[in-house]
Ligand binder design. Structure first.
Ligand code: GLA
Length: 400
């Protein structure tokens, strides 16, 4: 069977529901090049959308159905049937069908804008590993919003889609995330990174390095994490505490000097320092990419990892080991490497020369297997385009 999520989603739709979908959309996952744990504190981030993606097929029911709306996850081999006649609360997070929270949340956002929600059938297939730190949930939420808005003839722009998806994640998935994941999934431009100022949600597309100079290697530790287990929201609370105590509009605008003379506890001060310094690193990284200074860009990635590991404490031994091995390859093909996303597992992102990929992946694999008796999983990805509507054959058409 095909592993392409477009084919999988379409085939499942036809065989389960016996007709063609009205709408087919794709929404990509993301990897963040630099700027983690700063979006919710008004910092700067610089993710790219990746080629791994989620594809959603959708059609209204014909009005005869009394069974409710059907949502089928091809990857989980599971269908949930839900009556959308009235607002639907989140399912308990540990229940088997809880994937549907990432569908219901977006639908409830659309209902809250005054739209009438019809009974519908949907299939979902994805090449983004679930819980792997590559924003499988954001892609699903963004995809559902784009699909629903298209179905209802209620177009929207990428920022509005991202804001609705973010609210859906807060309300139905229980993670008080920032806007980064959804925004890049909705708005990215192919071949470019998205430089986002999370104070104003201003987004600038910054051209990625030429492929003969640098490619993006994603290394998945396969350590799975959930961001709704409390550790993520505790980090966010520390930032809120720091802002409350120091004053101002955004923690990202504080200075290291002000943090040093503040009355913050040692732990909160370390979190705040990370936010301030990481935001500055993102600005420097963007400038370095623009002048093609990959050595400087790479050095900033290593610094970012160090800060996330020691000041913010969101790394883990598997991530640290991979970044450590990458350090050994500096000047031999690796420009920079760091953990990416929420942390506590998930992936590292490495910017490296294409001719060095084989050597680097081999070195990662060897060290990783020695330490943890299993292999990491690799993905090389170009910077992909944000969510779009597909024709049933799979060809992209302009966004709404
Ligand atoms: C998760 C969240 C994002 C962001 C990152 C860390 O991916 O969803 O909003 O906070 O963690 O940078």
């Amino acid at each position: 069977m095909s592993t392409d999520p477009t084919t999988k989603s379409l085939h499942a739709f036809r065989s389960l529901y016996g007709r063609e979908p009205e709408i087919l959309v794709r929404a990509p996952g993301r990897v963040n090049l630099i700027g983690d744990h700063v979006d919710y504190a008004g910092g700067m981030v610089m993710p790219i959308a990746i080629e791994l993606q989620t594809v959603i097929a959708l059609a209204r029911q014909d009005g005869r159905s009394t069974t409710g709306s059907r949502f089928h996850s091809v990857d989980l081999e599971r269908t949930e049937t839900i009556d959308l006649g009235t607002p639907v609360p989140a399912l308990p997070r540990d229940s088997k069908g809880s994937f549907v929270n990432y569908v219901i949340g977006p639908i409830e956002q659309i209902r809250s804008k005054g739209h009438v929600i019809p009974a519908m059938d949907m299939t979902i297939a994805s090449s983004i590993p679930m819980g792997g730190g590559l924003s499988s949930s954001a892609a699903l939420e963004v995809g559902v919003i784009l699909a629903m808005r298209t179905l209802l003839g209620a177009p929207s722009n990428p920022l509005e889609i991202a804001l609705e998806a973010q609210q859906a994640e807060h309300d139905h998935a229980g993670t008080p995330c920032g806007i980064m994941d959804m925004y890049v999934s909705a708005a990215a431009r192919s071949g470019h990174a998205s430089l986002i100022d999370c104070r104003t949600n201003e987004l600038r597309h910054v051209k990625m390095p030429d492929e003969e100079d640098a490619i993006v290697l994603i290394t998945d530790t396969t350590v799975r994490h959930t961001l709704n287990d409390g550790a993520y929201s505790r980090r966010r609370e520390a930032c809120e505490k720091a802002l409350e105590s120091m004053g101002g509009s955004y923690l990202s605008e504080a200075t290291v000097d002000a943090i040093e003379v503040s009355a913050l506890s040692d732990e909160v001060a370390r979190r705040a320092r990370h936010v301030v310094e990481e935001t500055e690193r993102v600005r420097r990284f963007a400038r370095a990419l623009e002048r093609k200074d990959l050595e400087e860009a790479g050095a900033l990635m290593f610094e970012s990892h160090e800060s996330l590991a020691s000041l913010y404490e969101v790394s883990c031994p598997e991530l640290d080991l991979l970044v450590n091995v990458a350090e050994g390859w500096r000047g031999k093909g690796v420009h920079g490497s760091r953990m990416t996303g929420g942390g506590f597992g998930g992936c590292t992102v490495t910017l490296c020369r294409p001719d060095a990929v084989d050597g680097i992946t081999h070195a990662f694999e060897k060290a990783f297997e020695e330490a943890f008796a299993r292999k990491p999983v690799f993905h090389v990805s170009r910077a992909a385009a944000g969510a779009s509507i597909l024709e049933p054959e799979g060809s992209a058409s302009p966004k709404v």
